[in-house]
Ligand binder design. Structure first.
Ligand code: ARG
Length: 450
């Protein structure tokens, strides 16, 4: 059923229909009906619909909602989009008064509302998933406060840190991603209904009443902005993309760590895959696909930005394409969070000790404690490193003679500083890679989430 037959002598051509009718919006069915229920309630309260009509339309819509919730709602090929489908069904159920549903409304404000309601709920789910993932990382970190690994810069071993500290870096990223969903939800939580096609209506509608029945916090300030803008949709996709990018960085680490060269982590058999050719393989495909799928969400975000850039105000049919991208970005993030959370729950970490070189800075800081300018201390330890490297020795093979040759301020007990565990134990920076900091972070992270 089209909602616009009046001025046309002919029905829509199959070619037009195949190209323009929307199926992607079918997942908006429930929120679309809920928006209509609120709209009808408002039309009744302001006296545009009689009490009898209000009750009849409300009952019809509630019956449709029940069908939708039961998965029993039947779309027809002749439905141009979800809005047309609901109106068609309502007329089937309640007869001619169903034709009053669209009073004071356009599909332009309706779709803007549907998308906001849908994304508000999706954001809640993503926030829960991100919090759950961050907690999984915190639990893992708690089990690896004493596990010493090198932190890396330039993928070269840098300083010793607890493995828990490394894992918590990703937990904090997940907390911020969760907070981003919470923050954009404030901007989503504004009802555009009443904006109509672009300029509002001559009817005495009450947009605030609709917003209130939907539990939304605010009402549009400008009807043209309300129907034309998709910035919050793009923002949603950005948070999906950013969350996926963080997940992808973590995935990349897991892939490296699972390699024979690193040997830091083993995943459960059930969460890894084999090779059709190589009998010995155990591949971290979940992590590889998380990394791969991040590319798609970046594409979805790019598409949503490009979709808006040349559009004149207000609504243009181009905007129908927004759903495909934002739904896909959201689905990708949702699925990825399920998979990587499970992967982490199954992970067993057993990293080898870092190389002794990770304590080079500690040696330099010994000299700083004795009053040397850092640059001098750096130079002295650099010379020590160079002579050890030239002799094919590592830092833990240095003797007091080597230290004394590097700088006269070294004393014999400084040799004890060439120990990654000692390095971590002396780490004093709040939020730095000490065991104390890891415990403190776990506590703060759990508080931030609860
Ligand atoms: N299916 C459309 C969309 O997804 C709904 C709005 C259509 N409005 C219109 N005037 N054709 O954006």
């Amino acid at each position: 059923m089209t909602l616009w037959g009046g001025r046309f002598s002919d029905g829509p051509d199959d070619v037009l229909w195949a190209y323009t009718a929307s199926h992607t919006d079918r997942r908006l069915l429930e929120v679309d009906v809920e928006g209509s229920i609120a709209h009808v309630g408002m039309l009744g309260r302001v006296g545009i619909l009689s009490d009898e009509e209000t009750a009849m339309l409300g009952d019809g819509l509630r019956a449709i909602l029940t069908e939708a919730e039961a998965g029993a709602f039947e779309f027809s090929e002749s439905d141009e989009d979800v809005h047309s489908a609901v109106e068609r069904r309502l007329i089937e159920l309640v007869g001619d008064s169903g034709r009053k549903l669209h009073t004071g409304r356009s599909r332009n404000d309706q779709i803007a509302l549907d998308l906001r309601l849908y994304l508000l709920r999706a954001a809640e789910e993503r926030m829960e998933q991100l919090a759950g993932f961050a907690l999984t990382l915190a639990d893992l970190a708690e089990g690896h406060v004493e596990t010493v690994v090198p932190s890396y810069t330039h993928l070269q071993q840098a300083q010793a840190v607890p493995l828990g500290h490394h894992l918590l870096a990703f937990a904090w990223m997940a907390v911020r991603d969760r907070d981003r969903f919470a923050d954009l939800s404030k901007r989503l939580d504004v009802s555009p209904l009443g904006a109509g096609a672009s300029g509002g209506s001559s009817l005495l509608l009450d947009p605030a009443d609709v917003a209130k029945s939907l539990g939304m916090a605010g009402v549009f300030e400008n009807s043209m902005d309300a129907v034309a803008s998709r910035d919050v949709v793009a923002e949603y996709a950005w948070v999906c993309a950013q969350s996926m990018v963080s997940a992808s960085r973590l995935a990349e680490e897991l892939i490296l760590w699972a390699s024979q060269e690193f040997g830091w982590v083993t995943f459960a058999d059930g969460l890894t895959t084999g090779s059709s050719a190589l009998p010995h393989k155990k591949n971290p495909d979940i992590a590889e696909l998380a990394r791969g799928k991040a590319a798609g969400t970046i594409g979805d975000l790019t598409a949503l930005l490009a979709l808006q850039k040349g559009l004149p105000l207000t609504y243009n049919r181009d905007l129908q394409e927004d759903k495909e991208h934002v739904f896909r970005a959201d689905d990708t993030l949702a699925g990825t969070l399920v998979a990587i959370t499970a992967l982490h729950e199954s992970a067993e970490f057993h990293p080898p000790a870092p190389s002794p070189w990770v304590t080079a800075l500690d040696l330099a800081e010994v000299l700083v404690e004795r009053g040397l300018p850092f640059r001098r201390a750096h130079e002295a330890v650099g010379k020590l490193v160079a002579s050890l490297v030239a002799e094919g020795r590592s830092l833990d093979q240095a003797t007091f003679i080597d230290l004394a040759a590097a700088h006269e301020e070294f004393i014999e007990s400084d040799l004890a500083r060439i120990d990654p565990v000692d390095s971590i134990n002396r780490r004093a920076t709040p939020g730095g890679g000490s065991t104390e900091s890891v415990h403190h972070q776990i506590e703060r992270l759990r508080t931030a989430i609860s």
